[in-house]
Design a protein around this ligand. Structure first.
Ligand code: MG
Length: 276
């Protein structure tokens, strides 16, 4: 017996995570619609916040000590934790938006990357789009593995195997995914790469945020002078995709996707199942 809270949730608790998951998804849809050359990252933040409030949620990033925004907006060589502000987005920028909502005490957390079109620099855009696509697909491979895994750290194996097969990319090791529930960040850690330990059993009640961060160059990072923004040391671009995913008795359900992840998982032979 342990007095620590179990990492496994009940079906009723997982059903309570559907609403914050969908509010998180809506905020990312709104953010995506606001991304264009000439927009500030603060405009994207406001769009995301409005979407969460409209669904009765609150931005949970604002509950983090010292953080005052709905999203993190990380551009080009910024990997994660970029603070929205007056920065004006430009054609060709690779923009990563991470957002989360809390509703009735339960949390969602998800992220995507997007490259703003730039017809004058097709090679740069193609390189960054491929980076984002590789990162997104590595996420889906990780989620698909979760659906069949015995131990959680198989997720990182799947992500690493997929990324390695795509070419010269690096997977960040300074930051990892996490359990999610009443807190946005809970045990257990979710590695995006192979580790020696097997990790906890994958069984009904496990709810995790899987969030690979993939770079074009070195995986070395530093934190900028704002004390938040994580940037690549070599200045090369990074991408970040994330979903919150529940394991339940009938299968898995991606809480931060309106279709439960059906579209992303279909090519990998996994059919998400609603939480009963
Ligand atoms: Mg997260």
């Amino acid at each position: 017996m342990s007095l620590r809270r179990s990492i496994y949730k009940s079906p009723a608790q997982m059903r309570l995570m559907l609403a914050p998951g969908l509010a998180t998804a809506a905020s990312l849809d709104a953010a995506r619609a606001a991304i264009r050359a000439g927009a500030t990252t603060l405009e994207i933040d406001v769009a995301a916040e409005d979407a969460i409030l409209a669904l009765g949620g609150q931005p949970n990033f604002k509950l983090e000590q010292g953080y005052h925004h709905t999203v993190c907006a990380s551009v080009n060589d910024d990997v994660v934790h970029g603070i929205p502000g007056r920065r004006i987005l430009a054609a060709g920028d690779l923009v990563s938006i991470d957002s989360g909502a809390i509703l009735d005490g339960w949390n969602g957390d998800a992220a995507f990357s997007f490259v703003i079109p730039d017809p004058t620099r097709p090679e740069l855009v193609a390189e960054r789009q491929k980076l984002s696509a590789v990162t997104e697909q590595s996420l889906w491979h990780g989620i698909a593995r979760l659906a069949v895994a015995r131990h959680l750290n198989e997720v990182g194996e799947a992500i690493e195997d997929y990324v390695e097969a795509q070419g010269q990319y690096g997977i960040l090791t300074d930051y990892v995914g996490h359990g999610i529930g009443r807190s946005m960040h809970e045990a257990p850690p979710v590695f995006n790469y192979r580790v020696r330990q097997k990790g906890p059993d994958v069984k009904p009640g496990l709810v995790v945020a899987i969030e690979p961060m993939v770079v074009l160059g070195s995986i070395e990072t530093y934190v900028r002078d704002d004390d938040w923004t994580v940037a690549t040391s070599d200045g090369l671009a990074a991408a970040h995709w994330e979903h919150s995913v529940a394991v339940h008795k009938d299968g898995i359900w991606v809480l931060t996707a309106e279709d439960g992840g059906a579209a992303g998982l279909a090519p990998l032979g996994i059919i998400p199942m609603p939480i009963q």
